[in-house]
Structures are given as structure tokens and as C-alpha cells.
Write a protein that binds this ligand. Structure first.
Ligand code: PLP
Length: 356
């Protein structure tokens, strides 16, 4: 399928933030990608058009029953002036996994990747160049059929928008304080926790707002059944260095299969570390804090790559993780992954995906 392009007549009119004003998701670029789906034609009318509002019927199914999936990845300004993505085929694949779970149509991976590539190249001038900045890519699919019955929609829209985003750590790593929720849960076995679908995030706002107002950065989620096993932190995966073992909870339907998570696991193995995907109870974590056997704890995700945890709050008590300092492994992983992303380091796994 060909992607038609209608250039905006207003290129150059949008406010261009300086790299230090970027923040996250506050600015969008001049153009966006659209593609429609219906039962008769399947996916059709792939097009890049000027960025603008969507027009939806108020009964559009996404607005009522949350039939939505999305992705998040980044384009990086490479050392040599080129532009790279990081393992984008994983995001495309995961979007289709999420779509299947939400009874939405899959998108042909080649076309999906081509759409991302073509849009980013058209908006090349928007890729910020300072250290740690990037162009965030947000593919989103929504159910657009106007009908209020609860059933899968017959019509969908896929769109892709781009946001120049700032450096996550302009002043270096800052270990976070994490609130362990033993009352609310994010996802249950058999539910939609492993899909990147909007309802999962809306459901977490109440607890994360409470955590933030008590001075914590994020919420650590425990399993829904026993409130005992660690699952994820905020919208990131979680890792522990317990003695010499690098551990993360196994994917089991309630945890999102992070691309960063997979990259950390592969790097750990490559470096000869003892790597495990196994259940980790909150008692084991607290005990590790007390005894000093928990050497590092960090969250992983596209936004921050590696986010060290310095303290956890569980059942009314605060526990410090390895004196609240950033660990050596956290730093090494951060340097290695960002080094590959920005073209500063060798890429033995072929993760960098150069588009220019
Ligand atoms: C997106 C996301 C992650 C991280 O995935 P990455 O591919 O590493 O960015 C982890 N957990 C949840 C709940 C997420 O939505």
C-alpha cells in the first residue's frame, strides 16, 4: 500500500521549543500518519497529513468501551548526524499482540514500520539533537464505529504522532522513592495487563496520585491474588540485583513485555551475569533491603531507559535500597543502552535501526 503525503502549508509556524524546554509530550510536530480500517476494505487510505484534531462521533466506541491500543518508541539523533530507532520491530509486534487481545485488527508489520519511518523522515527537523533528547513516537489505534452496543467495533483508525522530548536525566540519575501498593492492583491474571491499552493506565491514576502527594515517585504493583509478588513499577518493568543474581518477574499475562526489559535481560546474559526470570516476593525485597543483599533495584522503560530505585515504602515503613545510591550495574546498563541508541557504542545485537 502506498502512503500518500499532504504537506502542511504551515510548516515553520508551530512553536519550536528549545531542547531545554521540551519536557515530555508537550509538543507535537507538523504532520501525522493516518490509516482507516473497515470490514469491507480492511486497512486502507494510508496517509500523512498536517497534524490536527480528530473528528469522532460522540458514540465512537473507543470513547465508551476503551477499545484502544498504543505504543511508545523513540527516534534518536545519531552521533554521525543520522537518525536511528531502537528495535522498532518489537513495538510493531507488541502493538499487534495488544490489538489481538482487544479484538482489533492487526497491522502488516512492513507497512507499519514504513509508516513510522516515512513520518519521522518527513519530520526530521524535529528530532532534537542535545544529549539525551529524542523524538517520541506514539502509534495509537482506536475503535471509531459510531454505535453504543458493547461489541468489537467494525471500524478503526490507526494514527501516529511525534513529540520531541527532553532528556530524562538532565542532571544525572536520581534514585526514586517508590510506594508499594498493597491495596490496589494494576492487572489480574486473565485480564489485559499484558496489553498496552489505555484502560490499564487510567486505572492506576488514583493510587499514583496518592503516592505522589505523599512524596513518592511511582507505585510498585504487587500481584492481584496474594498482594505478595512484585509485578511492575508505574509503567515500567522492574529489576533487582540480589547478591549476584539479576532478577525480574516472569511475564505471565499481567506484566507488559517491555523492549527495555528484554534488552536488559540480553545484556545481562551477554555480560555473563546470572540472570533469572522468577517470582520475587515483597518480603524478599524488604529482607534484601534490611540485610544489604539487595544491591540494586531499577525500573526499565523507553522513557527513562533505567530508573534506579533508592527507597521503598511498604506497610507504613520506608526501606532504603543500597543506601539510596545509583548502582554500578544500573549505570552500566544505562550507558550501554543509550550508547547503542545514540550510535556511540558498538551494536552487537543489531538493535539500532538506522533510517537516515
Ligand atoms: C510501556 C510499558 C513498559 C515498558 O516497555 P518498554 O518497551 O521498555 O518501553 C512497562 N510496563 C508497562 C505497563 C508499560 O506500559
Amino acid at each position: 500500500m502506498e502512503i500518500t503525503v499532504t504537506k502542511s502549508a504551515d510548516v515553520g509556524q508551530k512553536y519550536r521549543p528549545t531542547d531545554s524546554e521540551l519536557g515530555f509530550g508537550r509538543y507535537t510536530t507538523d504532520h501525522m500518519f493516518f490509516m482507516d480500517f473497515n470490514r469491507e476494505k480492511g486497512w486502507h487510505d494510508a496517509r500523512i497529513e498536517p497534524y490536527g484534531n480528530l473528528k469522532l462521533d460522540p458514540t465512537a466506541m473507543v470513547l465508551h468501551y476503551n477499545q484502544e491500543v498504543f505504543e511508545g518508541l523513540k527516534a534518536y539523533h545519531l552521533m554521525d548526524g543520522g537518525i536511528g530507532l531502537f528495535r522498532p520491530e518489537k513495538n510493531v509486534e507488541r502493538m499487534n499482540v495488544s490489538a489481538r487481545r482487544m479484538v482489533m485488527p492487526e497491522v502488516e508489520p512492513e507497512l507499519f514500520l514504513r509508516a513510522i519511518k516515512q513520518l519521522v523522515l518527513l519530520e526530521r527537523d524535529w528530532v532534537p539533537t542535545s544529549e539525551g533528547t529524542s523524538l517520541y513516537i506514539r502509534p495509537t489505534m482506536i475503535a471509531t464505529e459510531p454505535a453504543l452496543g458493547v461489541r468489537p467495533s467494525d471500524e478503526y483508525l490507526l494514527y501516529i504522532i511525534l513529540c520531541p522530548v527532553g532528556a530524562y536525566y538532565p542532571e544525572g540519575f536520581n534514585p526514586t522513592r517508590i510506594y508499594v501498593s498493597d491495596l490496589h492492583v494494576r492487572a489480574v491474571q486473565g485480564g489485559v495487563g499484558e496489553a498496552k491499552t489505555s484502560g490499564n493506565y487510567g486505572a492506576t491514576l488514583l493510587v499514583s496520585q496518592q503516592a505522589v502527594s505523599s512524596g513518592y515517585t511511582q507505585v510498585l504493583w504487587l500481584d492481584a491474588k496474594e498482594r505478595r509478588y512484585v509485578e511492575e513499577v508505574g509503567t515500567s518493568n522492574i529489576f533487582f540485583l540480589i547478591k549476584d543474581e539479576l532478577v525480574t518477574p516472569p511475564l505471565g499475562g499481567t506484566i507488559l513485555a517491555g523492549v527495555t526489559r528484554d534488552s536488559v535481560l540480553q545484556l545481562g546474559l551477554h555480560w555473563g551475569l546470572q540472570v533469572s526470570e522468577r517470582p520475587v516476593s515483597i518480603e524478599e525485597v524488604v529482607d534484601g533491603c534490611k540485610r544489604g543483599t539487595l544491591k540494586e533495584m531499577f525500573a526499565t522503560g523507553t522513557a527513562a531507559v533505567i530508573s534506579p530505585v533508592g527507597e521503598i515504602h511498604y506497610k507504613g515503613e520506608d526501606f532504603s535500597v543500597a543506601d539510596g545510591k545509583t548502582g554500578e550495574l544500573s549505570q552500566r546498563l544505562y550507558d550501554e543502552i543509550t550508547g547503542i541508541q545514540y550510535g556511540r557504542k558498538e551494536d552487537p545485537f543489531g538493535w539500532r535501526y538506522r533510517i537516515a
